[in-house]
Design a protein around this ligand. Structure first.
Ligand code: FES
Ligand code: FES
Length: 154
């Protein structure tokens, strides 16, 4: 009998029959058509593919399907939408924090986890939370400003 894996992604149940070591990112992008989580290094080193797994920022490129089974996964598509932005998305929009945007979906996932734990982060908190993310455009200053100003505005 073929092995299957049940995931809960953005509140929706999904059963995958892909091989057990298939990267979660592949399942998200190619089975569920959730293209917001991006591919970069494929090694867990750049941060563009991050999703929340049981609330923790996790590299989907480096997470095998079997280890995601039964976990609660949230992708950027599940964080908010244009009618109801997540506070981290609102902060990035207000500050115009994104440049090309390639890194931003992964960064917003870590930002959301940070704000869930600490709604009023200071600069050191934000730097630590975004430590695993690369931004080739050099937009980190604006991202840090967005998330710390959010604290000022609250
Ligand atoms: S593509 Fe997953 S961390 Fe780089
Ligand atoms: S905004 Fe372009 S890589 Fe970060």
């Amino acid at each position: 009998m073929q092995e299957t894996f049940e995931l809960v992604v953005n509140g929706q149940r999904h059963v995958s029959a892909s091989p057990r070591d298939t990267p979660l990112l592949h399942v998200l992008r190619h089975e569920l058509d959730l293209k917001g989580s991006r591919f970069g290094c494929g090694l867990g080193l750049c941060g563009v593919c991050f999703v929340l797994m049981d609330g923790h920022p996790t590299p989907a490129c480096d997470t095998p399907l079997w280890s995601a089974a039964g976990r609660k996964i949230v992708t950027i598509e599940g964080l908010g939408d244009s009618d109801s932005l997540h506070p981290a998305q609102q902060a990035f929009q207000r500050e115009q924090a994104a440049q090309c945007g390639y890194c931003v979906s992964g960064i917003l996932i870590s930002a959301a986890a940070l704000l869930a734990d600490n709604p009023h982060p200071d600069e050191a908190d934000v730097v630590a939370a975004l430590d695993r993310h690369l931004c080739r455009c050099g937009a980190q200053r604006r991202m840090i400003r967005a998330l710390t100003r959010r604290a000022d505005a609250a």
